[in-house]
Design a binder for this molecule. Structure first.
Ligand SMILES: Cc1ncc(COP(=O)(O)O)c(C=O)c1O
Length: 170
């Protein structure tokens, strides 16, 4: 199996990758795609159909949410064809001596008691981000990039051509 891992946006270079185009190219050679949206989920639209990725992941704490939780999206038909990676309650349809049948995703991957408090916290964080609006957050970051560029002397010409976003760690 071939898997292309890519990120929406690089916080080292400030560049935004052409994700939809890269996903199309990967699919053309039979590869699946996993998009790491840790840096972008709080700043840019996240529409998996438009991006065309097979999987997408981001961390809760980079969305102003709790640590220890995040989101993994996968296309339903792929997830339902994958075996669970650990066992626990609430994931089983039936068990016999011969075979076990598991629920559809996401339940087949979430055996045992989930991290309920973290999920409630992450949902509140996502509501908060959506209330401000990703477009407003993106604009704020762009202004911040301009401030960085105007303070950065002779890098300005080159950086302003490639960096669509601030260059910083978070
Ligand atoms: C693109 C990207 N993916 C993953 C991570 C790591 O995320 P976490 O802190 O949840 O392990 C980072 C951290 O900066 C990141 O920038």
């Amino acid at each position: 199996m071939k898997l292309l891992l890519l990120r929406t946006y690089s916080n080292s270079l400030g560049t935004i990758n052409p994700v939809a185009e890269l996903c199309q190219k990967a699919h053309a050679i039979g590869a699946l795609t996993l998009l790491d949206a840790a840096q972008s989920a709080g700043h840019m639209p996240v529409d998996v159909r438009e991006l065309g990725c097979d999987f997408l992941a981001f961390s809760g704490h980079k969305m102003c949410g709790p640590t220890g939780i995040g989101v993994l999206y996968g296309r339903a038909e792929i997830l339902d064809s994958m075996p669970p990676w650990h066992g626990g309650g609430e994931m089983i349809v039936s068990v016999t001596l011969e075979r076990s049948m598991f629920k559809k995703a996401p339940h087949r991957f979430e055996g045992g008691t989930p991290s309920i408090g973290d999920a409630i916290g992450l949902a509140a964080a996502i509501d908060y981000i959506e209330q401000i609006g990703r477009a407003a957050i993106f604009e704020h970051a762009r202004n911040w990039r301009d401030m960085q560029l105007s303070a950065s002397g002779n890098c300005r010409g080159a950086c302003s051509k490639i960096a669509a976003r601030p260059i910083c760690s978070m």
